[in-house]
Design a protein around this ligand. Structure first.
Ligand SMILES: [Zn+2]
Ligand SMILES: [Zn+2]
Length: 149
């Protein structure tokens, strides 16, 4: 019998190979995959312990991915310098469905913006051209106060 330590070493050495095998197995057995997720979902619903474990895992996963992305893309809003940021995709693409792996793969197409500046950028993209004279008029009527960030 192979011991745990051996299996652990084997898994860490062959991570890519194993994940490829898993992907292929999933492709060949779509029904089993659906059943597996159904069972897991059921477990999460019925057992608070399993649910907590899953949520903790998800939280940790998100945190790690965000840290990784911040290192690549930046952690300060390009406009106001706030560090509470999200990642905005440039080149005018809609990035509603961009998930972590997509963002990681295309990190050069993303910039850090805080919630407010991000909203403003999308708003301007949507209404900017149509409402340009009005926006210009309103901006000119403002007295700006500049803050250092
Ligand atoms: Zn900002
Ligand atoms: Zn955006």
């Amino acid at each position: 019998m192979q011991d745990k330590e051996y299996m652990k070493k084997y898994r860490s050495k062959n991570r890519e190979k194993i994940s490829k095998q898993k992907k292929e197995w999933k492709k060949r057995n779509p029904k089993k995959v659906i059943e597996y997720y159904k069972r897991e979902n059921e477990k999460r619903k019925t057992s608070p312990e399993v649910r907590k474990k899953f949520l903790d895992y998800q939280k940790e996963y998100r945190k790690n991915k965000v840290e990784e992305l911040k290192k690549l893309i930046g952690f300060k809003c390009l406009i106001c310098g706030s560090t509470k940021i999200r990642f905005h995709e440039i080149h005018g693409k809609s990035h509603k469905t961009a998930n972590y792996s997509y963002t990681l793969k295309h990190y050069k197409d993303f910039v850090p913006l805080c919630f407010k500046c991000h909203r403003a950028i999308h708003w301007l993209k949507f209404y900017g051209k149509k409402r340009e004279p009005l926006i210009k008029q309103l901006l000119d009527s403002l007295t700006f106060q500049y803050y250092t960030v």
